[in-house]
Write a protein that binds this ligand. Structure first.
Ligand code: OSB
Ligand code: MG
Length: 376
């Protein structure tokens, strides 16, 4: 297989509800779409879901565009490959830049599965027909607004709600949600906002996190900074609530470090953070073999990345609800047809070849602020 044209589309979609985490607030999202065309005219799509700012990971939309244009697209264009597992090897010299790599590799996966007439989920080894979706709720202005948001999603049937927490917005909102929804599957995600042992406030942060134990949370996700494996290990030993890693695990080596140190007991696998579907699939195999349950995290993906997340979530080790909520939770108009929908928190895994839904070039072009084509 050979890609002879790759186009990059910088696309901005308005969000239905502004989203706030421990580090930023957003009312629209800009992602880069990768359109890869083979020499015989087949097309595969990928999504570079980097946030615009380097607050979740070091990449930005601007650096991802630059890396794709200068280093990834030139090595992939015109190269001969048999299977998408070979794509990462083409640009093995490029360090980091996982979001940019994930978008380019995803385009190769969807191109390959489309030409081979197999659903992406099957090509990845997925076994489930449907996956369980959870929602991720941002930091809200006050507890009443948060309770309303949680209630709205529980009513739509989502079986799990993840709450973003940060120092000063933790024990009280969690207590309020637990009291109002005694049996709901709730987990919290700090996006690394708590200081570790080597920083001031580290000991106090440790006590606050331990104070979450009585609320029967499904997990506490990424309390400390990405490279701080040692405090994640310390907290894992000190809490009954499972500790989940997100930002800490960008590579299989990071995962082996986490496993060796017992720096958690659950893994959030994000295609973007791990540089692609092949690495995400392999992380699933390593985690499952080590006894860590996994789930698929999201980056508010547009339809292309969202369908890749649904396909990945169909693998057997994804036993916890994934962040694969319906397109409509975030976007009034998605770039795929039909959009991803959830029925009582269940999303069907597409059975058509490739991504399984049509990609809407017209919507992409209508919302694109920059488009560029490269040829072999
Ligand atoms: O940590 O999971 C995260 C969005 C942006 C940055 C980090 C995270 C998130 C989400 C998105 O929680 C959840 C989703 O896509 O549904
Ligand atoms: Mg997270």
């Amino acid at each position: 297989m050979r890609a002879t044209e790759i186009a990059l589309h910088d696309v901005e979609l308005p969000l239905r509800h502004a989203f706030e985490t421990s580090s930023h607030r957003k009312s629209s999202l800009r992602h880069l779409l990768v359109e890869m065309t083979s020499e015989d005219g087949w097309v595969g799509w990928g999504e570079i879901a980097s946030p615009v700012d380097p607050f979740y990971a070091p990449e930005t939309t601007t650096t991802a565009w630059q890396t794709a244009v200068q280093h990834l697209i030139p090595t992939v264009l015109g190269a001969e490959w048999e299977h998408p597992d070979e794509i990462a090897g083409l640009y093995a010299r490029v360090r980091g830049n996982y979001f940019a790599k994930a978008g380019v590799e995803m385009a190769a996966w969807t191109l390959w599965t489309t030409t081979h007439s197999v659903p992406l989920a099957h090509a990845l080894g997925g076994e489930r027909d449907s996956v369980i979706a959870g929602v991720s709720l941002g930091i809200e202005p006050d507890i009443d607004v948060l309770l309303t948001q949680v209630g709205r999603h529980v009513e739509s049937g989502y079986p799990r709600v993840k709450l973003k927490i940060a120092p000063g917005w933790d024990v009280e909102p969690v207590r309020a949600v637990r009291e109002t929804f005694p049996n709901l599957d709730v987990h919290v995600d700090a996006n690394g906002a708590y200081p570790g042992s080597s920083e001031s406030g580290g000991e106090e942060a440790f006590e606050v996190l331990r104070a979450l134990d009585p609320f029967r949370l499904t997990m506490v996700e990424q309390p400390f900074a990405p490279k701080n494996f040692s405090d994640h290990a310390r907290l894992t030993a000190a809490m009954d609530t499972p500790v989940c890693l997100d930002e800490s695990v960008e590579t299989l080596d990071d995962l082996r470090t986490a496993l060796a140190l017992n720096a958690g007991n659950v893994l959030n696998i994000k295609v973007s953070r791990m540089g692609g579907l092949s690495a995400a699939r392999d992380a699933h195999a390593v985690s499952s073999a080590a006894g860590w349950p996994v789930w698929c995290g999201g980056m508010h993906e547009f339809g292309v990345g969202r369908l890749a997340n649904v396909a990945l979530s169909s693998l057997s080790g994804f036993t916890l609800p994934s962040d694969v909520s319906a397109s409509g939770k975030y976007y009034a108009q998605d770039i795929i047809d039909p959009p991803v929908t959830a029925e009582q928190g269940v999303v069907q895994v597409p059975t058509a070849p490739g991504l399984g839904h049509r990609v809407r070039n017209d919507v992409i072009t209508a919302h694109a602020t920059r488009q560029q084509r490269f040829h072999a």
